[in-house]
Design a protein. Structure first.
Length: 183
């Protein structure tokens, strides 16, 4: 429940909050807030040569490490609209989402006390624009499936798992065989 750990006072009425069962409750005004993960939408963007686009993070957490382009949903934003917006902001590319790849849980940082994230991944294709690192990305690079960065170069624990799944699919590697190199 890391996201609510520091909550002591009700943001609506100022009364003391009670912590229980992954939420906070205010007995004075009835306010309730749940400790939900923050949702993200991300794209496995593959070019016509089968290479995958990764971006180097410009900010913490994991500054300087490679990440899959994407980001946090805004309130009332559909995940596919978020994916298109984030890819445009970070890469300068217009994309069209394709097949849903999967959902992975993670934390927004290295510690177990960091806020939880629910990370949604789609395959996507470029429909326009020019690739240029922007927003919170310092560099873009296309990687061959067998030349993806090792775990120590990647941001977030789930990126390792998602890239392993991508590489296994791209290279037709059996699922029980490790596919991300240790370095």
């Amino acid at each position: 429940m890391a996201i609510l750990d520091g909550w002591r006072i009700c943001p609506r009425c100022g009364a003391k909050l009670a912590h229980a069962d992954g939420r906070v409750d205010c007995a004075a005004c009835g306010f309730v807030m749940y400790a939900n993960p923050a949702p993200t939408a991300c794209a496995l963007l593959v070019d016509d040569r089968g290479r995958l686009l990764l971006g180097r993070r410009a900010h913490e957490p994991y500054r300087g490490r490679w990440d899959i382009p994407g980001g946090f949903l805004e309130e009332h934003e559909h995940p596919l609209d978020c994916l298109r917006r984030e890819l445009r902001e970070e890469t300068g590319l217009d994309v069209e989402p394709g097949e849903f790849v999967g959902a992975w849980m993670d934390r927004y940082g290295p510690g177990e006390d960091e806020p939880a994230t629910l990370n949604l991944y789609w395959a996507a294709r470029v429909t326009g624009g020019e690739a240029e690192a922007a927003d919170d990305v310092s560099e873009l690079r296309w990687f061959e499936p067998d030349e993806l960065p090792g775990p120590e170069e990647l941001a977030f624990r789930t990126v390792v798992d998602v890239l392993a799944a991508f590489r296994a699919d791209a290279l037709d590697v059996p699922a029980d065989r490790p596919v991300v190199a240790d370095g």
